[in-house]
Design a protein around this ligand. Structure first.
Ligand code: PLP
Length: 485
């Protein structure tokens, strides 16, 4: 009978795959022996495989180069990394090995940009595209960056007041973009995204606030579809609507020469994942060519801001199955040694799917299970709703430890989960290991952060521990209040 876990995978998917292979009955991910990794560092454990970041950037650049050639496209392509998907220095340093640009979303991002420039990682000529709703600190930081000479910083105007705020803070002339507020998919609870400026208002906005403003040069139209770059009627419809705005604006605004199509490239979330990246890019450039030709305007340079696509496939999380609770004759709960809510928050918040596979025991019989996290929250689970099919794992055996891995978890999970901060039910944040390749192609390992300790959490909570810094009370406020009285 074919009842081993490996048989199940063989019958359901093409396996092995490029990044997933087996050695004996142990899983390897990009040649990383995961069982050895977990034996060395222990579980739970998060890891980042840095080379995958550069690999994905190269893949995207290559698809765009092919599409430019195929469509005889006259514009250039610029790859920006959307920092909010993972702000860590090791991630930024890896991305910037590939001569790319940066997209920011809030004030402190600019401090990161300044640090990267100081460290010689980000070129002075790199584009820094500043998205997001801009208030005092963000405006101040953008202005400082531009006033210090970073001419290729392009704030993307998200609301009507931003031009005045920036004009007051920036000494010289500066470039801007405008974000188009896309119409949401019909099933969504809102009609129009809160981000950006509505389609119909873009041309009047240009006429009223930009055209006669000598300080401002409009360079870019920005367009981001929340649901990503998908081959469906909604995406193509929104793209064409955006292109119509571009051509209308280009006719009255000669400085406009760039179109930013945002992020939204999907990543592999199942062993059955299929997506034709090359076709999508070919077709996007084809649509731009057609619309611009019809309107008789030159095609724009293209910018993208891939976040998930850049870092998502570099990350993974490994847990041990601690125990099995059989709650009735159909439901077996395999309890992991951490929490889904805190370590993979998207599984809980937006029902996101990740690839989940056992790390060891592939030659053992399998069973259908539910996966539960350690917090006392009933939502701390991962089940078949998130994981395309029901979850099957090698049978739980008390004396044979079972480890499982979640893969392609490298985007957004750390920042949304509040890395280094408080964790639900105080389940500590796992250790994090960075994996790279040396000049000879050998894998290297570095512990980036250990597992959180009790004193880390107690100190955040205000308890006096050896770790907590003595707080100085702010008497100046009291003095002010007393003197006013
Ligand atoms: C303006 C903008 N650009 C880029 C991205 C990155 O999207 P993704 O991670 O899907 O590539 C986002 C994500 O929210 C965004 O809001």
């Amino acid at each position: 009978m074919n009842n081993k876990y490996i048989d199940l995978i063989d019958q359901t998917y093409f396996f092995p795959q490029e990044e997933f292979t087996l050695e004996n009955e142990h899983l390897k991910f990009h040649d990383i022996p995961l069982k050895v990794l977990v034996e060395k560092y222990g579980s739970p454990l998060k890891f980042t495989y840095l080379p995958k970041i550069s690999e994905n950037i190269a893949r995207a650049k290559n698809w765009f180069a092919n599409a430019i050639e195929k469509n005889d496209y006259k514009g250039k392509y610029h790859y920006c990394y959307c920092t909010k998907s993972s702000h860590f220095q090791h991630i930024l340093h890896e991305t910037l090995k590939n001569d790319i640009h940066i997209e920011t979303s809030s004030a402190f991002d600019i401090n990161i940009v300044e640090q990267l420039k100081k460290d010689g990682k980000l070129k002075d000529s790199a584009y820094v595209i500043c998205n997001g709703f801009k208030r005092e600190q963000y405006i101040e930081n953008i202005a400082r960056l531009i006033n210090n000479g970073h001419k290729n910083c392009i704030p993307i105007i998200d609301n009507y007041e931003e031009i005045d705020l920036l004009s007051d803070a920036i000494e010289d002339t500066f470039k801007i973009g405008i974000r188009i507020a896309s119409e949401e998919e019909p099933k969504f609870e809102f009609y129009t995204s809160r981000l950006g400026i509505g389609y119909k208002n873009i041309v009047p906005f240009y006429e009223n606030q930009i055209k006669d403003n000598d300080k401002v040069e409009l360079k870019m139209l920005h367009f981001f579809i929340n649901t990503g770059i998908r081959d469906n009627a909604y995406y193509w419809n929104e793209l064409v609507k955006c292109l119509k705005v571009y051509t209308r604006l280009k006719k009255i605004c000669p400085s406009l020469d760039s179109l930013n199509i945002g992020g939204g490239f999907p990543i592999k979330n199942s062993l059955a994942f299929e997506y034709d990246y090359q076709y999508m890019i070919d077709e996007i450039l084809n649509q731009i060519n057609i619309t611009c030709q019809e309107a008789d305007v030159p095609v724009p340079h293209i910018f993208t801001e891939f976040g998930s696509f850049t870092v998502g496939e570099s990350g993974g999380a490994i847990y041990e199955i601690l125990y099995q609770k059989q709650q009735n004759d159909r439901e077996k709960w395999n309890m992991i040694d951490s929490s889904f809510i805190t370590t993979l928050p998207d599984t809980w918040a937006i029902n996101k799917r990740f690839i989940m596979l056992p790390i060891n025991r592939w030659n053992d019989e399998y069973e259908r299970v539910l996966l539960g996290g350690l917090t006392c929250d009933s939502d701390d689970y991962y089940n078949s709703e998130q994981n395309m099919n029901a979850i099957y794992l090698p049978k739980y055996k008390r004396d044979k430890p079972l480890y499982i891995g979640f893969f392609n978890t490298g985007a957004y999970q750390e920042t949304i989960g509040g890395y280094g901060g408080l964790q639900h039910c105080l389940i500590p944040q796992p250790k994090h290991v960075l994996i790279d390749k040396d000049a000879d192609g050998n894998l290297t390992y570095e512990l980036f952060s250990p597992q959180q300790k009790a004193e880390d959490l107690l100190s955040i909570l205000g308890y006096e521990t050896e770790k907590s810094v003595k707080k100085t009370s702010d008497t100046s406020i009291n003095n002010k209040i007393t003197s006013n009285v």
